[in-house]
Design a protein around this ligand. Structure first.
Ligand code: GDP
Length: 363
């Protein structure tokens, strides 16, 4: 008997026969608000017209892991691609507290005053690990966030660093198609997301502060080598001397590095994001770099290399997702994990077995 408690002889609580549950939300509403809010053509049209609401919703689709959202997102991206590529893409990194948001606010306002449109995207690897984020959800960039020519989007949070970075890279395409001619990709200077950001920007800017010590600022040799420019923030008040000293030290340190592939020697400048000092000089440097690499061909070379890099990243991501999301493989992995933990099988044999099963299944 399905419900023994409904037996007339049963003395406990009674359970009445239930009714079919009505849908929790008006299905029409659900359809309008969610993935099918617009057709692909409507999304593309809206983006090309610079409609920020539609752009924002399209970015949400890019960030979604639902297959039907991904399908729509990829179709939108494909149609936006011919309209992208015209922005100056700048990566900005620095340890928490270096003044990234204050600086982005100042840099951004500088660009807006010159009539540009700016989109600010972020890659925050901390949000994946801890559920919290270093870049934060609080309203940062107070001035910019009030401007209609600025589009600020926090980091996509779900997924591996590679997946998060891929989504940001795809969002760049949409922002450019929407007419944003400057793009910032912000990340935390803690060591792993820099490579991902570096592989999607034209200029990589490292924000430093004086007196924090290299180890405190997480400055691994690799990050210094990636930087096209290093700027020392908070050069104001009685901090100016310290900032100038840090500038000299960094310049000396950079001399020891080989000349980067771009042929450009990275410059070191001081400025104050908070007091708006030296911002023009920072932009002069970035524009000088862009002119320089456009002339020597490195600008195009870097973009082509990046496109290649992201092709392989996307392949890796799709292979990984296909494998780990396969229910049979997930079950097998649990069993193999146990065998490896109890030393009944070596890691390599287990890995080969799992992959072998995946391909034998014709995936
Ligand atoms: P983020 O964590 O890198 O985004 O850093 P924030 O922009 O939030 O800045 C961290 C702290 O440094 C804040 O209290 C800012 O007010 C302060 N700050 C940022 N830029 C400057 C600057 O140019 N001069 C001074 N004196 N303080 C600054």
């Amino acid at each position: 008997m399905e419900h023994p408690e409904n037996d007339p002889k049963y003395n406990g609580l009674k359970v009445n026969k239930g009714i079919a549950q009505p849908p929790s939300v008006n299905p029409y509403l659900k359809k309008r608000v969610r993935s099918n809010a617009y057709t692909v053509a409507e999304y593309v049209e809206g983006i090309l017209a610079g409609d920020r609401v539609i752009l924002s919703q399209a970015v949400t689709l890019v960030e979604s892991s639902r297959p039907e959202h991904q399908e729509t997102a990829q179709a939108i991206i494909e149609q936006c691609l011919p309209h992208s590529g015209n922005a100056v893409r700048v990566g900005i990194t620095g340890v928490p507290g270096a003044g990234k948001s204050t600086s982005i606010d100042a840099f951004g306002m500088h660009l807006l005053e010159k009539g540009h449109k700016l989109a600010v995207l972020a890659i925050d690897p901390s949000s994946e690990r801890s559920g919290g984020s270093i870049l934060g959800d609080k309203t940062r960039m107070e001035k910019l966030s009030m401007e209609k020519n600025a589009f600020i989007r926090p980091s996509p949070s779900a997924g591996s660093l590679g997946g998060v970075a891929r989504k940001t890279r795809e969002s760049i395409v949409l922002c450019e198609a929407a007419g944003f001619d400057y793009l910032f990709v912000e990340t935390v200077g803690v060591g792993q997301s820099e490579t991902a950001v570096h592989s999607m920007v034209d200029f990589f800017l490292l924000i430093q502060i004086a007196g924090a010590g290299d180890e405190l600022q997480g400055i691994k040799r690799g990050i210094m080598e990636m930087a096209d420019g290093i700027v020392i923030n908070k050069a104001d008040g009685d901090n100016i001397d310290k900032a100038k000293m840090a500038q000299r030290q960094l310049r000396n340190a950079l001399h020891l590095y080989p000349l980067p592939e771009s042929g450009w020697s990275p410059e070191v400048l001081t400025y104050s994001g908070y007091y708006n000092l030296g911002i023009t000089e920072v932009w002069d440097m970035i524009h000088r770099y862009i002119d320089f690499v456009k002339q020597n061909g490195f600008f195009d070379l870097r973009r082509r290399e990046q496109a290649k890099y992201w092709m392989f990243e996307s392949i890796n991501e799709q292979l990984r997702n296909g494998f780990y999301r396969d229910p049979e493989i997930a079950k097998l992995l649990l069993q193999l994990e146990d065998e490896v933990l109890h030393s009944r099988k070596s890691s390599f044999v287990a890995a080969r077995e799992a992959i072998g099963r995946y391909y034998r299944n014709g995936k």
